[in-house]
Design a protein around this ligand. Sequence first.
Ligand code: 5AD
Ligand code: SF4
Length: 471
Amino acid sequence: MRPPARKLFVKTWGCQMNVYDSARMADVLAPLGFSPTDRAEEADMVILNTCHIREKATEKVFSELGRLRAVKDARRRAGAGDTVIAVAGCVAQAEGREILARAPYVDMVFGPQTYHDLPAMVARLARARHQPILNTDFPVEAKFDRLPEEVSAPGPAAFLSVQEGCDKFCTFCVVPYTRGAEQSRPARQILDEARRLAAIGVREITLLGQNVNAYHGEGLDGQAWGLARLLHALAGIAGVDRLRYTTSHPLDMADDLVAAHAEIPQLMPFLHLPVQSGADRVLAAMNRRHRADDYRRAVARLRRARPDIALSSDFIVGFPGEDDADFAQTLRLLTEIGFAQAYSFKYSARPGTPAAAMDRQVAEDVKAARLQALQQVLNAQQLAFNRRHEGSVLPVLFERRGRQPGQLQGRSPYMQVVNACGPDRLIGSIVPVRIDTGHANSLGGTVDTTGPDMTGFVQEPAGFDCPGQVA
Ligand code: 5AD
Ligand code: SF4
């Protein structure tokens, strides 16, 4: 018997791992008759996939829950049926009981290690509608072993989770508590999933892990493989033209991984390598286990292997005890290195982490001033990096339509967003694009008809007319 047709609305906050998890939750629920919608008002089930990394992220969950309560009541009044409200992800893991106490209209709370159990949880709720479910186990059996074989992808670029959890215990970070200990998937599972993605038209795969370069899964030969071995094997899959991985820790940039950047043409010349601070004193208090110079050396090794590699990073300002001299060291490091893009945050005390209990918490206005100063330099670097590509031809994987009519949007090898006019059939192709303008957050270009014949890239015939083009 076919299951009843139902609508599922998933809202995702936080990291790419959450984006991946949300897609897998939808895959797990599809056989139960759930199809996606982007409107909570018509959903039979709403899942909030949450992030606990900073205080603001957590607050957003509670305000969204307030809105959903109104939606649930309105649907019930209109006779549209019941709305199951579920909270998943890291807030669920860390604050499951508080959520059920504060928002009793929530039906299900489950942590990141349990979503393969969703069908059982949905069935249990259907049997006992008034008993909310709280599932924040860390099962011994890896959730990866129980995910469905079917994969879906949002377009020609997809995520693939290879490692989860973290054993590093940076003193500011909740991840080791919400995602648990480091766990790597066996290479065979990963290669199978990559082949299935390639078969549905995926051209670019980003390997995901909270500490992805600490990957140490079981290899095809039964030995433990590092990330470099895994990347070499993935590069052998026909159709996978681009590989990336995120997020990395500077300590785990092994020699063979650095060498992979020189050896594997599919491995894109872009790396997100968080440093957090440029001051050794702060790095030590953060328990990052490396000094600023170790980071500089890791970058130098990468640049020797792949001279055009573009770097991105994460920075925290206002960590407890950070003074003006420490902050100046951070500015010095980022000026020396030069980043193509970066994320920067004010330190946010997270309950249960060692840094939250440290003395010398930094005043909010000092944090704000440092963040502004840091972002000014980072924004200037990003703009300079984008402008540097003006006039060059970059291979762009078009992923979707752009905002303007007739426009397509894709990514350069360096992760820049590129907008150019072109027909829809170029979505899913890697196309040479001449870069006309480098903006703050994107590049504008023209599909190139005269550029180098990049084998395997689609050459667009001359004279394509772009209706959205402003003369
Ligand atoms: N406060 C501010 N930023 C944080 N991050 C992690 N924990 C915190 C925190 N408590 C940042 C780090 C990390 C990124 C994902 O989020 O920079 O690399
Ligand atoms: Fe958090 Fe540090 Fe682990 Fe990254 S390496 S997830 S910042 S504990």
